[in-house]
Design a protein around this ligand. Structure first.
Ligand code: DI6
Ligand code: FE
Length: 415
């Protein structure tokens, strides 16, 4: 007779395991009704029907989920959440007739956030950013990606990435950092984009990598930002350091960015409104995730939809993220991003939930450990007071999260 020693068990739960290939319910949620889940050493040790739960266990703590739904903790795999300043003035100016170009010509846009972020002390930047992350956590988020890209010089990029690390040390959330030096051209290099890319490749990236601040590398490949050739130089340097790459691709025009990032074995291509079939085929071959950012689409009043049907047919995994940033997506609700993915992009609610769990984990290189309720995976899960999993994408402004367990421990959900 085997004895199971578990640290804790959750009983009386409805489970949406979101496990890969387990669509026995045909709903895509991997549902287990009347389920139970056990945790040992921060890892899921048992999951299944409560009636199958071994009875001879020695469990230290027993929790009654009271019929709540349990899903994997949500994962926001694309954010620019560390920044100073605020761009509601630009939002207001645009609604009073100014164009984006007028605002940029007056030194606004990304560069206004760069100025504010450079001026902020590290503590100020931390204190501004922490509440945003807490708001995400209040809705069951357990992993977040945080990009640099509002510093655009070595010291300021390092400051942003240290703040990102500090958030991960302060809160029980898992933080993955991404170096986005190639986000915009800083004033020091105006009219010298190639010179700035040299600086990104030869000075910033190696130094930040050495300091242990970089988990992945991103760029903004667009006619208003960096060319595919410049982007490829950044990717080549990242791969030489053994770092995975991802890309802001095909947001405003088709630049061939999705094919490029796939060619470098990229984790994800993000935005993708202007993605064409060649890019989809390349992503399929490389198993690169399509990260959809419907709130940037909404905020910019974009009308060109990403090719969702073609991505779905090709079997490209689709993630959904907030793109939290002060310019094009001042959003700190991943549930709202899921709602927008359904209403604006016509994802099904099951696809939206896979997009913030299993596929978001894959987009961060965490497919082996996060994003599914599966034995051996990290015990990161959220409890919800909902009738069915579709409620997570259905409601706007409601927060049905009633519990968050990260690494097996019940945590404060902030705000
Ligand atoms: N695409 C975006 O949507 C954000 N960055 C990017 O490359 C916008 C960033 C900003 O406007 O501050
Ligand atoms: Fe972005």
């Amino acid at each position: 007779m085997s004895t199971h020693t578990w640290d804790a068990v959750w009983l009386n739960a409805q489970l949406a395991t979101m496990t890969d290939g387990d669509n026995s319910d045909n709903g895509g949620y991997g549902e287990i009704s009347d389920g139970a889940l056990a945790v040992k050493d921060g890892v899921i040790a048992w999951v299944g029907k409560q009636s199958d739960l071994p009875t001879n266990d020695q469990t230290l703590a027993t929790h009654d989920a009271n019929g709540a739904w349990i899903t994997p903790a949500l994962i926001d795999c694309h954010t620019h959440i560390v920044y100073a300043g605020n761009r509601s003035n630009e939002f207001e100016a645009r609604l009073n007739g100014a164009t984006y170009a007028d605002i940029a010509a007056q030194g606004g846009g990304i560069l206004s956030t760069v100025r504010a972020t450079r001026m902020a002390s590290e503590d100020e930047l931390f204190n501004l950013s922490l509440p945003r992350v807490r708001r995400l956590m209040s809705e069951g988020v357990g992993v977040i990606e945080i990009k640099s890209g509002y510093g655009l010089d070595l010291d300021s990029e390092a400051k942003m990435l240290r703040v990102a690390r500090r958030i991960g040390e302060t809160l029980p959330i898992t933080v993955k950092t991404t170096f986005l030096g190639a986000h915009a051209l800083p004033p020091e290099f105006s009219d010298n984009a190639d010179g700035y890319i040299d600086h990104v490749c030869d000075v910033m990236l190696p130094n930040l990598f050495q300091a242990g601040l970089v988990d992945a590398v991103d760029a903004f490949c667009e006619h208003i930002a960096f060319s595919p050739i410049q982007t490829e130089r950044v990717f080549a340097r990242a791969r030489a350091l053994g770092l995975p790459v991802k890309l802001h691709a095909e947001q405003l025009s088709d630049q061939g960015g999705a094919s490029l990032v796939a060619q470098y074995g990229g984790l994800s291509a993000d935005h993708l409104e202007y993605l064409l079939s060649a890019g989809i085929a390349a992503m399929r071959r490389a198993n690169t995730v399509a990260t959809l950012l419907p709130s940037a689409f909404y905020y910019l009043r974009e009308t060109k939809l990403p090719p969702i049907d073609a991505l779905r047919t090709a079997g490209v995994p689709m993630a959904v993220a907030t793109d939290c940033n002060p310019g094009t997506s001042p959003l700190t609700s991943l549930l709202m991003a899921m709602n927008m993915a359904c209403t604006l992009f016509k994802l099904t609610p099951a696809e939206a939930l896979a997009g913030t769990t299993r596929h978001a984990a894959q987009a961060l290189g965490l497919a082996h450990s996060h994003g599914q309720l599966r034995v051996g995976m990290r015990a990161d899960f959220a409890l919800w007071d909902i009738t069915r999993p579709a409620d997570l994408s259905y409601a706007m402004g409601a927060n049905p999260c009633v519990g968050l367990v990260l690494g097996g421990a019940d945590v404060e959900r902030g705000v």
